[in-house]
Design a protein around this ligand. Sequence first.
Ligand code: ATP
Ligand code: MG
Length: 667
Amino acid sequence: MLRCPLQLVRLRLPVRQLSDLTTKFTGLGSFSNLNYDQLQSSLRTDSSQCEQFWKLIGEQQLNWMQPFHTVSDCDLKSAKIAWYLGGKLNASANCIDRHLATRADQTALIWEQDEPGNQVYITYKQLHAEVCRIASLLLQSGLQAGDTAVLYMPTGPPVVYCMLACARIGVAHSVVFAGFSAEALAARIQDVGAKVVITTDQAIRGGKTVELKRTVDAAVKSCPMVERVFVSTRTGASVPMGSIDVPLEKNAAACSADCAAEPMDSEQPLFVLYTSGSTGKPKGLVHSTAGYLVYTSLTHQHVFDYRPGQDIFGCVADVGWITGHSYVVYGPLANGGTTLLFESTPAYPDVGRYWETAERLGLTHIYLSPTSLRMLLRYSTDFVTKYDLSRLRVLGCVGEPLNHEAWEWYHRWVGGGHRDIADTWWQTETGGVCIAPRPSAEGAPILPAMPMRPFYGLEPVLMDPATGAEVTESPAEGHLCMRRPWPGMARSIWGDHKRFAETYYSQFPGLYFTGDGASRDAQGFLHITGRVDDVINVTGHRLGTAEIEDALDSHPAVSETAVIGYPHKLKGEAVYAFVILKDGVSIDRLGDLRRELKRRVRDRIAAYAVPEKLLFTDGLPKTRSGKIMRRILKRIAAEDYDSIGDISTLADPSVVEALKQHHDLYQ
Ligand code: ATP
Ligand code: MG
C-alpha cells in the first residue's frame, strides 16, 4: 500500500449556516423548496408523496445498471419488504467505480493503525485495484453470486477490500467481530452456511496481539461446509496453514486488477450481520443491495452534514458492527467520501487517543459510543484540551442512551461548547440512522441527551403495551414502533423469516416494533428510555433503565452505572444499581456516596425509583461492542447463577465472577 498525501484536507471552509440544511433538496422537483418540518409533514400525510420522495432519492443516490420500475412493495403486517424492484446495480461499483472519473486520486480510506502515527492512505484508484484482485480470486476459488462468505478480520483496508469484493460478485458477506471466540464464530459460520472464511494471521489492538487464524482453525473444525480459508497478513507471524488455507494477498496479487461488477437485483442480499446479542441469541439480519445503499448514503450525508472531497469522516466503530458497515464503509464510500478505519482502542496508548487522532488526521467528524465517553470522562480533561480539535464539526454518538453527564462532557470538552452533537438512534435491523437531531429546520435547537427527530419519511409511533393502541398525546411514553417502511430496513433473519416476522412484526400488527421504549416530550421530541425487556416495575410504576442511570451518572463521582430490576416481596420488583466510580474517588466516601446517590434519584425522579441496592464495582458485563448486558446483572441480582448462560461473548467474562463475589459480600 502506498502512502500518499490526503488531498483537500487542509481546506478550511466557512462554517455552513444551518439554513443550508433546508436547501439540500435543490433539483428534487416539488421537494426542493421544503424545509425539514414541511417535508416531514408532507411525507407523513401523503403516501404518494412518500413514494415520489423515495423514487427521487433512489434515482439520485445511486448509479443503476437497469432502472427500477417499482419504488416499493411492502406489507408490514406480513413482514414483506421490498424496494426498487426491477432495478439492477452493484454496490461495489457504487462505492468505487462511479467515483473514479472525478476522485481517482482522492483518499478513500485512512487506516489509523494501532500504533499512533502509522496512518496509511488509500485512494479510490488503489481501492478499485485491490477490490478487483480479491474479487477475481474469489471467483477463481469457485464462489458465485448467492453464496456467503464469513469475514473474521480486524478493522483495516483488507476487510473493506473483501466486503466490496464480495459485493462485486454478488456474494453476501457476514463480518464477524474479530474478537469473538471460536465457538461464537463457528455458530455464525454454520448459521450463514459460509463456503469461504476470510481471516487475518493476527490482529493488533491496544498493543495486544489477537490470534485470529488460530481461532478460525478451531472454529472450522465444526464447520464442514467451509471449503476455503483465505488468510490476510497483518503481523506476518508464522501461523499454521492447512490444506484449505490460502494466503490472501500473495494469491490476489497474481489476479487481474480489473474485475467486472456484476449487475445485481435490488433485493439481492448484500450482507448478513448478527446483532450484538445484548438481549439473547444473536439474529443474522439480512440487508438488501439497493435499499440499504440508498438509505445509508442519504443518512450519512444529511444526519452528519457530510461533504465529500472536503470532510474526513471518523467513525471509530469496528467494521464488525452495523455502525462500521453503514458509516465506516458503505455510507461514506457511496458518497465518495474519505473514511477512517480505526484499528485501536480509545485508551491506547492513553485516554487521549481519539483526540490525538482527530488532530493528526484532521477529522471533521467523529462518531463514537456512549460507553467510550463514559470511560473517558473518568480522566482529566487535559487529555482532550491539549489537542487542536478545530477541524471537528459534527460529533456523533450511537449504541446506548447517551446520558446528560456524557453529553455535556462531549459538548463542552470536545465540542468547545458549540459543535453539533448527533445522538443517533438506530439498530442493526434499521440499516441506518432513524432518529437524530439533524437534519432539521433552520435554527432548530439540539437538546441534550436525546435523539429528538425522525429522519425523512420515518414515522415513529409510541404504543401502549397493555392496550395495543397508539399513544397519541404528548408528552407520553410507550413502546417505540415505526409506521412507515423505509428502504434501509432489514429484509429478514437469515434462514428464519418466521422468527423475523414474530420478533418485529407480530406484537403490533402493521408496525415495525423496535424492542426499545421511548418518551415524547411536549414538543414532540423523542428520548429513548431503554429496552422494553429491561423495564422495571416497582409497585406498578414502570421505570426505564436509562432514566435512573442518567440520574446516577450525573453525580460528579460516578463514571458509569447499570440498573436492573430484581424480584422483591413487597414491591414486585426493586431497583438494583451497579455503579462504577471515577478515577481517584476515595473508598472512605462510599457510605456518603450511597446516601447521596439515593437522594439524587429521589430528587430527580421519585422515591419509588430509588435503588434498594447499590453495589460499587470496577466493571460491568458488556458485549464486545461495549453494551451493558443487563440480563446477566438480573441473574446476579436474583442469585440465579446457574442460568447466567454463555458468557464467552462478553468483552471481559471475568467481570461476572467478580460481580458475583461482590454481590455475595454485599448481602
Ligand atoms: P440484540 O438485538 O442482539 O440484543 P443489540 O440490540 O445490542 O443486540 P444493536 O443492533 O447493535 O444490537 O443495537 C441496537 C440497540 O442499541 C437499540 O435497539 C437500542 O437499544 C440501542 N441504541 C442504539 N443507539 C441508541 C441511542 N442513540 N439511544 C439509545 N439507545 C440506543
Ligand atoms: Mg437489538
